[in-house]
Every structure is written in structure tokens, then in C-alpha cells.
Design a protein around this ligand. Structure first.
Ligand SMILES: *[C@@H]1O[C@H](CO)[C@@H](O)[C@H](O)[C@H]1NC(C)=O
Ligand SMILES: *[C@@H]1O[C@H](CO)[C@@H](O)[C@H](O)[C@H]1NC(C)=O
Length: 617
């Protein structure tokens, strides 16, 4: 029973196996369905197959289709292996041991289907298709025919050619897109539209496409500011869409004037002496000729610019610009005017005219005046100091120090830089006044010392120095300064140096002390500084000296108080009687003769005199 079962089962299995073998006896071919390749590169088309049982009679063939019929281009069979001769592909084809087919370099016409067919005798035949896709990036698009001027007018019905965009050598066929600014223009082929494009396509011998698009438009005035370009859109492997832009370009549009503008280019108010630039412009293109006139006389301008060099008040007035655009519509105002006002200030006049000579103590009144196009100010200045905020300067009692140059400045505050000035010299008669001086310092006797003596006065003071030395004179403002350099002799150290300044009205003198600076090194230094600026030095010295004097006086007063207290104390005790005795003696001596009396009078107040006289008694 078991045996029969097993036998039956075995028969069944064998039958099944045979049936399966017959059913599965097949050939299976696999290829890459789509091969994308750049023109000029290499296309690789693999081909693999599987068969249900090993067979030694397998033939692999690569075909293409030509005019609906298959044409073998390469094969591999047990007998041989090779590329079919005499096809356009022959030279560029190779078939590998692995059955793959390569084309190098790829050409545009290689874009087609390739079939790999495997024949395995009784096991059957099978094939698979590979599509080769060829790509090639175009050249950068080039704009041509964009330079002709286009006249803008409102009643036009036909569009004008704006430019041509050409992109060469693309595969597959690319597309051109036009842009105005950053916005693409809709693709429009209808010539009844205002804006349209006419495309043209050329297939080159290489199989690549050269594409051209000509843009037609009815530009408006605003398009003068627009920038145009085109871009080529093309395909590359892996479904990539790429773009390349042309250069940008402007339209040269011609349009007539609608407005004329005429203005002065200078900033702020204009004053005499300024260069003035007046510019006349229109919103038309190109700019027309301009004619400039002022009160019916024609002025010569240059391309819309009227340039006036160094204007005067005579250039004041109304200027007219005439834009000579004959295409402009009759209601356009082609003439524009402007008013030029040139500000001015007359020379400042000072009365009385200088140079003035007055006497010390006199009253002086100086006046100045001027005229200007708009409100002006006047002020008096001396030695860079503002004295008076008006045109009248009064001095009640003039001093020698008030001599000098008085400047009157006239200015127009509303016109920056517009001002004029005049001056008058005031001389004040009087005998010299020595107004500043300095003592000298040396580090030891016999050194040279320099002293400065500064004096006011008119006529200019002259100087005497005693003792004299090497002298020179400088004038600083209304001061005359005499400088002397001499040896600090013992006599100079003892008596000082006398400076005398004099003129026809009298003289004035002053003694300069020369002292030895005890403080060694520092003294040398301060002495050197002293030569440069004795007056400053003196002030410093005096300040230093005065505190020493105060201390000395305080100490003396204290000592004196102690002494007085001591004397008082002693006299109370009756121990000190010399004073009384002295007076008594003196009185007794008075009667004795003239000599003693004489001594007393000459040494009056000298307590010692009394004491010395004691022996006489
Ligand atoms: C176009 O014109 C404008 C002004 O007229 C100028 O600034 C610009 O540079 C021009 N652009 C090109 C691409 O020529
Ligand atoms: C005073 O006026 C005269 C003549 O205008 C000029 O030469 C001179 O420089 C002026 N002096 C001063 C200090 O302004």
C-alpha cells in the first residue's frame, strides 16, 4: 500500500518537473531602457540575458530600425563576434565581451532605439529596447538689430522690431524667452498684437538647432528706462531645464518734448563773483536745440547749459530758454523763464579817512557804511576783537593803548561769504608810556643779560639805555619794544639799568633790576627763559618774592613785639635807664656846641647814635 502510494507520487513529481521545465524553457533580456548622453561623449548600452538552461547555441545581436526594417549592427555568436560593416555607426561602435554596445563619440543622429536580441535555439528568442537621448547645451544668446532708434508716437498701429535674439547649437530644440526688466514677456506669435515674437529655427549640418526670436513692440516713452534681455531655455540629462541669459540692452527711443525744465544749478543765494550755471532740459529724446535770451539779447549757451562766469549785479534779470523741438505738440510750452538775482555789497566807506592823528584824551568817533542788495550788518574790529556791533564807534577819552588799526566789516548774513571791509589807522599823540618791562636774572656777575622795554606813544618813541648795550627795536601793534643786551657788571647789579623812552612830547623812564639767581642749575634755566620773555618772568618772580616778604614781615613783627615786651618789662623794673640818661645827656650836650647838635640831626632816629654819644657825656 505505501509502496504504491510512493510510486504514484514519484510519477506525479516527474511529470510536474517536466511540465515546469517546458514552461520555463525561456530567454530573458535586460537592457537600460533610456541612455542619456551629451553629444561628443560616449553612450554605453549594457545587455544581459538569462536562459532557463545552459545552452551553447546562444546568439546576441544588436539592431536598429531603418525604414521600418531591422538592421543588425553588431553581434556575438559561437562562431564569431563583431561589428557590422557599412553602417553610419560602424566607425564609432564597439561591442564588449559583456555584450554591451558603446558609441563614441555620440552624434545627434544617434538618438534612436537600439535593440538587443538573444537567440538560444530551442529555448527561444527575446529582445529589449534601449532609447538613446542626445543633449547639447546651446551658446549664450546674442542680441542683434537692437540699435535702431524707434520713434514713439501715440497713433501708431504697427509694431517695430526691438531686437533679435539668437542662440546657436542646441539639442534638443530649445526655447527663447524675452524679458523686459525682470518680467518675462508672454510668448505671442500673433502679429496683430502690440508685442509679439517671430521665431525661426535652423537645423545645422551637425544636427544641432540654432534658434532665433525677433521681438516686435510698440514702445512707450517709459520704455526708455526699461532694460531688455532674452534667455534660452534648454534641456539637459536627468530632466534638467537650464537657462542662459543674453546681455542686457536699452532701447534708443525718440520722443518729442512734453515739458521743458529751466533752472539754476548753483546751491544757495548767488553773489557777485560767483560762476552761475543755468540748465535747460526737456523730457524728450534727443534733446532739441536751445536758445537762451535775456531781455531780447541772445546769449550763447552750450547744449542746454548757460554758463555765466563771475557774475555782477548787472547779470540780474529774467532769462529765457527756448526749446526748439519742432515735433512737439502745439500745446506744449517750449519756452521757460527764470529770474536770477545776484547779491552784492558795496565797498565799505570809513569816515573820517585815516590815518587819524589825535591827542591822548581826545574824543574819537569812527563811522562806516556800505550798501547791499539785502540787509547787511556792520561791525568794528581791532586786534581780532569785536568792539562794536554797528557802524559807529565812539571813544570818549582815547588812550595811547587804543592806537592801532580799526577794521570795519560789512557783511550780508543771508548770503554766506558776501562781505567787504575797510580799515583806518588811529595814532594817539602823547609822550611815551612804558607799559611793560621785566627785570633781568644772571647766574653770576659778568654774564650777558637781555632786557626788553615796551612803550606806547606817538610819534614812535625812541629809546636810551643807561648803561647802554647792544640795542634793537621791534614794533608789535601799537607798541615799540626796545631790546638791550649788556654785561651784568657789578654796577649793573647794584644800580640796575635805566630805560628811557622819549618823543617830541616828552619822556618816560624805568629802572630794570638785574640780580643773580642764587639757585644754581635752575637759575641758569630760568635765566635763559628770562631772556626770551622777561615780562612774564618778572611777574612770576614777584609772585614768588611777595610770599617771602610776607613771611619776613610776620617774623619781624613777632621779634619786635617780643623786644618791646622785654624792654617794657625791664624799664618797669628800672633796670634799663640808658634811654632816660641818654636824653638827659643829649639835653646837656645841646648847650655845649654845634657839632653834637649836627650829629643828632643827621642821625635822627638812630638809637645807636645816642649810645655812641654816651662817652662824650
Ligand atoms: C540703460 O540706460 C540707463 C539710463 O538711461 C543706464 O543707466 C543703464 O546703464 C543702461 N543699461 C544698459 C544695459 O545699457
Ligand atoms: C587796511 O586796508 C589796506 C587798504 O585797503 C590794506 O592794504 C591793509 O592790508 C588793511 N590792513 C588791515 C590790518 O586790514
Amino acid at each position: 500500500m505505501e509502496r504504491t502510494m510512493l510510486g504514484r507520487f514519484g510519477v506525479c513529481c516527474t511529470l510536474l518537473a517536466v511540465a515546469l521545465q517546458v514552461c520555463l524553457a525561456s530567454v530573458k533580456v535586460t537592457v537600460t531602457p533610456k541612455v542619456e548622453v551629451i553629444k561628443g561623449e560616449t553612450a554605453n548600452m549594457p545587455c544581459n540575458y538569462t536562459i532557463s538552461e545552459a545552452s551553447s547555441k546562444v546568439v546576441v545581436q544588436w539592431y536598429i530600425e531603418v525604414a521600418g526594417a531591422r538592421k543588425q549592427i553588431a553581434y556575438k555568436s559561437p562562431q564569431g563576434f563583431g561589428v557590422e560593416v557599412g553602417t553610419p555607426l560602424t566607425e564609432r561602435l564597439t561591442m564588449g565581451e559583456d555584450l554591451s554596445l558603446s558609441i563614441s563619440p555620440v552624434m545627434v543622429e544617434d538618438e534612436r532605439s537600439f535593440f538587443c536580441q538573444v537567440t538560444a535555439g530551442p529555448l527561444g528568442v527575446s529582445d529589449a529596447e534601449t532609447q538613446v537621448k542626445v543633449f547639447f547645451a546651446p551658446e549664450k544668446p546674442v542680441i542683434t538689430d537692437n540699435n535702431q532708434a524707434i520713434t514713439v508716437s501715440h497713433d501708431t498701429t504697427s509694431s517695430s522690431e526691438v531686437g533679435k535674439c539668437t542662440s546657436r547649437n542646441a539639442y534638443p530644440q530649445p526655447r527663447i524667452i524675452w524679458f523686459k526688466g525682470d518680467n518675462p514677456l508672454p510668448d505671442e506669435k500673433n502679429q496683430k498684437e502690440k508685442t509679439y515674437m517671430i521665431p525661426s529655427l535652423v537645423k545645422e549640418a551637425s544636427g544641432l538647432y540654432t534658434i532665433t526670436s525677433t521681438l516686435y513692440m510698440q514702445p512707450v516713452k517709459a520704455d526708455a528706462k526699461s532694460v531688455f534681455h532674452c534667455t534660452v531655455e534648454y534641456l539637459m540629462p536627468e530632466n534638467k531645464t537650464l537657462h542662459e541669459n543674453s546681455d542686457k540692452f536699452n532701447l534708443s527711443l525718440l520722443y518729442s518734448t512734453e515739458n521743458v525744465y529751466f533752472e539754476v544749478k548753483n546751491q544757495g543765494p548767488i553773489k557777485e563773483g560767483d560762476d552761475v550755471e543755468m540748465v535747460c532740459e526737456t523730457d524728450g529724446n534727443p534733446q532739441p536745440e536751445f536758445e537762451f535770451t535775456k531781455e531780447d539779447s541772445v546769449l550763447s549757451g552750450q547744449k542746454g547749459t548757460l554758463y555765466l562766469k563771475s557774475v555782477t549785479r548787472n547779470d540780474n534779470g529774467t532769462y529765457k530758454c527756448d526749446a526748439q523741438d519742432f515735433d512737439a505738440s502745439p500745446d506744449v510750452e517750449l519756452t521757460k523763464t527764470l529770474h536770477l538775482s545776484v547779491h552784492y555789497i558795496d565797498p565799505v566807506e570809513v569816515t573820517p579817512k585815516g590815518p587819524l592823528i589825535v591827542s591822548k584824551g581826545d574824543a574819537v568817533e569812527l563811522q562806516c557804511k556800505t550798501k547791499s542788495s539785502v540787509t547787511h550788518t556792520l561791525h568794528w574790529i581791532k586786534d581780532s576783537k569785536m568792539l562794536m556791533n554797528s557802524g559807529v564807534l565812539t571813544i570818549q577819552e582815547v588812550t595811547l593803548a587804543q592806537a592801532g588799526v580799526y577794521i570795519c566789516v560789512g557783511a550780508v548774513p543771508s548770503v554766506p561769504g558776501l562781505q567787504k571791509q575797510a580799515n583806518v589807522t588811529l595814532n594817539v599823540r602823547g609822550k611815551p608810556e612804558i607799559d611793560a618791562s621785566g627785570n633781568g636774572l644772571v647766574s653770576k656777575a659778568g654774564e650777558m643779560v637781555t632786557l626788553n622795554c615796551s612803550a606806547l606813544g606817538y610819534p614812535s618813541p625812541q629809546f636810551n639805555w643807561n648803561p647802554s648795550g647792544k640795542q634793537s627795536v621791534t614794533v608789535v601793534g601799537n607798541r615799540v619794544i626796545s631790546t638791550v643786551t649788556l654785561e651784568a657788571t657789578a654796577a649793573v647789579l647794584a644800580n640796575g639799568v635805566m630805560c628811557e623812552a622819549y618823543n617830541e612830547h616828552g619822556g618816560n623812564s624805568k629802572n630794570f633790576k638785574v640780580s643773580i639767581n642764587k639757585d644754581g642749575g635752575e637759575g641758569q634755566d630760568s635765566n635763559a627763559a628770562n631772556r626770551g620773555n622777561p615780562m612774564f618772568k618778572t611777574a612770576e618772580k614777584q609772585q614768588g618774592g611777595s610770599s617771602a616778604v610776607v613771611i619776613a614781615v610776620v617774623v619781624c613783627v613777632l621779634l619786635l613785639l617780643i623786644l618791646v615786651a622785654l624792654l617794657f618789662f625791664l624799664s618797669k623794673k628800672g633796670k634799663l635807664s640808658c634811654g632816660k640818661k641818654d636824653k638827659k645827656d643829649m639835653a646837656s650836650e645841646e648847650v655845649k656846641g654845634g657839632i653834637v647838635v649836627e650829629m643828632k640831626s643827621s642821625e635822627k632816629g638812630n638809637e645807636e647814635a645816642g649810645l655812641l654819644n654816651k662817652p662824650h657825656a
